[in-house]
Unconditional design. Structure first.
Ligand code: SF4
Ligand code: SF4
Length: 260
């Protein structure tokens, strides 16, 4: 029998604090026009060979990334537009309501469900209090299936935009001369262009003709804080960029692990 998970939001507001909110191109434009800050989190997946079509996880990664290379190493770049803030979201009001409720990003609408189809929802990894998952609450999930049709539709939309926006995000990187990424699963290189420059690049990317989809920064530098990783990357001909190349306020490296 499928596992059933029950949930109802208590409106505690915890999920509106200290966030890294992935945004579509359209959502990033709205967020910037509202005066918010948007950054680009970049990671590079080594892609020496094309995986088989039945490798669904690899196909998922391929769909949300664009091809490039780092020196002699073929890679795929995942460049994610992210609204990042410490403390309360700029849209959070004192009564824990959202002042941008009608135009809030899909990530906000989806929480605590997972947008990534390969990640199972684990209540312990979520910010929602224990009472939100009580046995008296409505059914939220049956097995891996979201019970609410509207929420399921929003999740599907979020996944679709993640793929549809790939070329636009590549054009934004090209327009802003962004071409440094972290090795995937080791961290992110976070680029923080000015709001004005990013808004212009986003608007241009959305208006570009399909032929402009080829305007990508093809050559990327890779950052890692691990000696062993840098050595391997060097041996296979990748272009390794030192962490010290970070530019305060414009580019930083966020590692997942301590340096070795
Ligand atoms: S946009 Fe609204 S729902 Fe989303 S984090 Fe901010 S306050 Fe919360
Ligand atoms: S953390 Fe969970 S319960 Fe609290 S407001 Fe967010 S979704 Fe609702």
């Amino acid at each position: 029998m499928s596992h059933t998970l029950r949930f109802a939001c208590t409106q505690c507001g915890k999920c509106c604090h200290d966030l890294r909110l992935p945004l579509s191109v359209d959502e990033a434009i709205v967020w910037l026009r509202d005066g918010g800050e948007v950054k680009l989190f970049c990671e590079a997946i080594p892609w020496p060979d094309e995986p088989p079509q039945n490798n669904l996880q690899a196909m998922h990664k391929k769909g949300r990334s664009f091809p490039a290379h780092s020196g002699e190493l073929p890679v795929r770049i995942v460049a994610t537009l992210v609204a990042a803030f410490d403390g309360p979201c700029p849209h959070l009001q004192a009564d824990m309501r959202c002042d941008a409720y009608e135009r809030r990003p899909r990530t906000c609408r989806i929480y605590p469900a997972e947008a990534n189809p390969f990640i199972a929802l684990n209540p312990e990894g979520k910010l929602c209090p224990p009472e939100a998952w009580g046995a008296d609450k409505p059914v939220f999930l049956v097995g891996a299936t979201v019970a609410d049709a509207g929420l399921a539709h929003t999740i599907a939309q979020s996944r679709a935009w993640d793929v549809k926006d790939v070329d636009a995000r590549a054009r934004v990187c090209a327009a802003l001369a962004i071409s440094t990424a972290a090795l995937a699963n080791e961290g992110y290189v976070i680029h923080s262009p000015s709001g004005k420059a990013l808004l212009e690049a986003l608007n241009a990317s959305r208006e570009a003709s399909p032929a402009a989809g080829e305007a990508r920064p093809m050559e990327w530098g890779l950052v890692s804080n691990r000696t062993a990783t840098r050595t391997v990357l060097g041996e296979i001909g990748a272009r390794v960029v030192p962490e010290s190349a970070a530019i305060p306020g414009a580019m930083e490296y966020l590692p997942f692990h301590a340096a070795d």
